[in-house]
Write a protein that binds this ligand. Structure first.
Ligand SMILES: [Zn+2]
Length: 309
């Protein structure tokens, strides 16, 4: 597997990229100017966060990181927060409100080692058993915002954009307007299908458009390799196609499980994790007003596991 690396993107921006699409290997970002630094997301485990911060030391001392922006509250982006105890932690108000619904490290560890049989337990064990969540204390935001907020890092203007509910209950993007760079969090998955935890596929599509509307040329996705404008537009367009097809199935009364199978048959392509199309289909069903659509994390995992079999 490729080793993660810190890559310069512009005069003041760096991306910590895993260049892999497996669950849990998220990207992070660094913006540094005049002895001040802002970090975007902190990885899944303390080991991964320490690896990131060690690499950051090549650019600036970690003590210079006064501001940490969480693109959303999923553990694979926030469970290293405690390694920056002095930093302000910022996310959107909607993202902070969703924190109480997130699975904690103990719950995830218990689920992995529950010994339960069945497709969902096997799926979780296959994708998460190799991570060590020991010692993690979940640290939520110290400050929230709504809409948009400008932050200065040294002489660099940084725009925090509240994308609303899409991938998660509250997604945030970090934009460096003078350098054409966007850190998109999981509003963009590169080389893999989007997972929708929030039940809003239309929100995911709107978020892609909002990112493109910044005019940026470089997009750091939450997972996978860097994207350019055409890559971000392709993700928007594919989500739109899935939304249209899934909504059609919902209107014709096709059961969700059957619809998800049909959507996967038509849209799997070469991208990783086509089983995540279950979550996109379920989100489209919820938005179409279909009653009884499952929405819990476990139900989404069960749906994905059934498609992955
Ligand atoms: Zn993620």
């Amino acid at each position: 597997m490729p080793a993660p690396g810190l890559r310069p993107l512009s005069a003041s921006s760096w991306a910590w990229l895993h260049d892999r699409t497996d669950w849990g290997y998220s990207n992070s970002g660094l913006i540094m100017s005049e002895g001040q630094a802002l970090l975007v997301d902190t990885q899944f485990t303390l080991h991964a966060a320490e690896e990131l911060l060690s690499a950051v030391e090549a650019v600036c001392p970690r003590e210079h990181i006064g501001c940490l922006v969480c693109t959303h509250q999923n553990g694979d982006h926030t469970w290293g927060n405690q390694l920056l105890p002095g930093a302000e932690i910022i996310t959107s108000a909607a993202g902070a409100a969703g924190l109480c619904q997130e699975m904690g490290p103990e719950q995830l560890t218990a689920l992995i080692h529950s010994g339960r049989t069945g497709a969902a337990a096997a799926y979780v064990a296959r994708h998460f058993a190799h991570f060590d969540f020991t010692g993690i204390t979940v640290m939520g935001p110290t400050r929230t915002f709504q809409g948009r907020e400008d932050v200065k890092v040294g002489t660099v203007l940084v725009e925090l954009i509240d994308l609303g509910a899409g991938h998660s209950a509250g997604d945030v993007a970090v934009h460096v307007p003078d350098e054409g760079v966007v850190f998109a969090g999981d509003a963009l998955f590169s080389g893999a299908h989007m997972v929708v935890w929030s039940g809003s596929l239309s929100g995911c599509i709107r978020a892609c458009q909002r990112l493109l509307d910044t005019g940026a040329d470089v997009f750091v996705p939450g997972h996978g390799p860097l994207l350019d404008r055409s890559g971000a537009a392709e993700i928007r367009d594919r989500l739109s196609q899935v939304a249209e097809e899934a909504t059609g199935h919902a209107r014709r009364g096709v059961p969700l499980a059957d619809a998800a199978r049909r959507v996967m048959a038509g849209h799997a392509s070469s991208w990783a994790h086509p089983e995540r199309l279950f979550t996109q289909t379920a989100a489209a069903y919820a938005e179409a007003g279909v009653a009884g659509v499952p929405s819990s994390t476990l139900a989404m995992v069960e749906g994905m596991a059934s498609l992955a079999c």
